[in-house]
Design a protein around this ligand. Structure first.
Ligand SMILES: *Cc1c(COP(=O)(O)O)cnc(C)c1O
Length: 424
């Protein structure tokens, strides 16, 4: 709880912030005549300063070596993705064998669903959260269609009447109720709309107890919250790189496959040559031999320019460390929450709003979702006019996500000032 909401106090919080210098590693948008306050790292992360340098290095090496760059460039393209593996594994709490950076999120989800959604006998159902991100809904329904099953096999769990977030106990009850009909639990680790962080460990244990597989979409969790995918025993997970992980617009993503599946060649799999044994890949012979671990699910050779941007960003994560990032995130989000609640109190005659994200810091990441009652879009537009970049979701929610690597307490202070003025 922060009682002092003055600019001086925000500045003193920044002074004492061990991660304050990391702001300098990123480029802030300059399109607005006002100073931009950027709160949409949950939608598109900012450009790391080194992204340009690393991409230019690859363009230089392409110019200099042409195809020989696969082996002769300073970071040979043949194995480029391996430069990212160890650092990415730390971000998601995994062993390097369990992680690979490749493709895009929805592509990866499909590849993993092919392997981990194996409906058999009466075990045919998928449990997901109600109002999951549309791409996930489409992916899951199309997988169900692909197996010739009817739509009832996609079971949704939502908030209770009059509530905004889903109760953990309701998820667990639903898993137990579905029991031996449940083939897969697939939930977003952090809900994109409310910012609710689910207890992935408990969900995973409950899913496994009834014999189901458990996977998570970590689009809003990777690089945002602390994860221990290996220890939790999650079967698989996928995330996008361009949100908290700043991999560039539409940039490369990554995924996780638990060690216990590393050498399970009985799993169905849609294969491609980049998943094939590295020793004899270029012999180009028939007969797919998957690499053990997550790399065995790769289809294609890596898009090097996109990989270069992702490398620039995760090197910053490596230097900052997820523990320190999480510590700052808790403090920064709590501070922003106090700022917003203070504005709500002062402005309640003009505009009423509430934060629908869980209050418990353990049940949320960086994002706070503000539900406005009444003139929401006008407030959002006025905020944008004042240089605040937040995110509007129909019907009436403004999402704000201070990213610990580059947002300051002062940014949050100014968010409050602009919100108050926008309501006026
Ligand atoms: C952002 C997001 C996506 C986007 O998928 P892409 O394949 O990267 O376009 C999918 N699912 C969730 C939960 C997301 O937050």
């Amino acid at each position: 709880m922060f009682l002092d909401l003055t600019l001086e106090f925000a500045k003193s919080l920044d002074q004492n912030d061990p991660l304050k210098s990391f702001r300098q590693d990123f480029l802030f948008p300059t399109f607005h005549e006002k100073e931009v306050r950027y709160f949409t790292g949950n939608s598109l992360g900012l450009q790391p300063k080194n992204a340009r340098k690393y991409i230019l290095e690859e363009l230089d090496d392409w110019e200099k070596f042409g195809v020989e760059g696969h082996f002769m460039s300073r970071r040979p393209w043949y194995s480029y993705h391996e430069n990212l593996t160890d650092m990415m594994a730390k971000i998601v709490g995994a062993k390097p064998l369990e992680v690979v950076v490749t493709h895009s999120l929805t592509t990866n989800l499909h590849l993993l669903l092919v392997s981990f959604f194996e409906p058999k006998g009466k075990r045919t159902k998928i449990l997901c959260e109600a109002k999951a991100f549309p791409s996930d809904q489409y992916a899951l329904s199309s997988q169900i269609d692909f197996h010739g099953l009817n739509a009832e096999n996609l079971v949704e769990i939502g908030p209770r009447e009059g509530e905004h977030t889903i109760r953990e106990e309701d998820i667990i009850d639903k898993i137990n109720q579905l029991g031996d009909e449940l083939a897969l639990v697939m939930i977003g680790g952090v809900n994109y709309y409310t910012g609710q962080l689910f207890d992935m460990e408990a969900i995973c244990a409950a899913g496994h107890a009834v014999g189901a597989k458990v996977g998570f979409d970590l689009a809003h969790a990777a690089g945002n919250v602390s994860l221990s995918l290996h220890d939790w025993g999650v079967d698989f997970a996928a995330w996008c790189g361009y949100k908290y992980l700043n991999s560039s617009p539409g940039g490369v993503s990554g995924f996780f496959v638990h060690e216990r599946h590393a050498n399970n060649n009985a799993l169905p799999r849609f294969a491609g040559w980049w998943g094939h044994n590295k020793e004899n890949r270029f012999e180009m012979k028939p007969g797919f031999q998957p690499i053990s671990g997550a790399e065995g699910w790769q289809l294609s050779n890596a898009p090097i320019l996109g990989m270069a941007a992702q490398l620039a960003s995760i090197e910053v994560f490596e230097r900052a460390g997820m523990d320190r990032i999480s510590e700052k995130r808790t403090l920064l989000t709590s501070y922003l929450e106090c700022v917003i609640l203070n504005v709500s109190e002062k402005s309640k005659a003009l505009c009423s709003f509430e934060i629908i994200t869980p209050k418990d810091p353990k049940r949320r990441g960086s994002q706070l979702s503000i539900l406005l009652h009444g003139k929401g879009k006008e407030v959002y537009d006025a905020l944008t006019n004042r240089g605040v970049i937040a995110d509007w979701r129909e019907p009436n929610v403004i999402r704000v996500a201070p990213a610990p690597l580059y947002n300051s307490f002062e940014d949050c202070y100014w968010f409050g000032q602009h919100l108050e003025a926008a309501i006026q």
